[in-house]
Unconditional design. Structure first.
Length: 127
């Protein structure tokens, strides 16, 4: 092989590698953003005068009073099962005391206990 420049084939220049292109590329800026600019901040805190502070305190206290004195029915739970009364040789006083304890534990109100009693009478006790 000879080193004759006339016999050598000329090829177009190679494209830059991906890494070289990334190094020479200019960073793109996002539109409407100025470099080194702080984001907008809320205005500085301004203390309330006495009248505004009193009105704010009254509103907070009224809201707390309304929240704490609202009419709320106590929530019933199902923490323990209610005993069933089947009659026969079962002691009705013992069953009634167990039913009362279950109602207390489950937070059942007095007026609702009467309604529940009928659903836990079974067999001959129901008739």
């Amino acid at each position: 092989m000879t080193n004759n420049p006339a016999s050598m084939t000329q090829y177009p220049p190679r494209p830059q590698s991906q890494q070289n292109r990334q190094q020479t590329r200019q960073p793109t800026r996002q539109p409407n953003r100025q470099p080194n600019r702080q984001p907008d901040r809320p205005p500085p805190f301004q203390p309330l005068d006495d009248q505004q502070a009193n009105l704010l305190m009254q509103a907070v206290m009224q809201g707390a009073y309304n929240f704490l004195n609202r009419d709320v029915e106590p929530k019933e739970y199902r923490l323990v099962d209610f005993p069933e009364f089947r009659g026969g040789n079962q002691d009705p006083i013992e069953w009634l005391e167990a039913f009362e304890r279950a109602c207390e534990t489950n937070r059942i109100q007095e007026n609702r206990r009467i309604v529940l009693v009928a659903s836990y009478l079974k067999g001959t006790a129901l008739t």
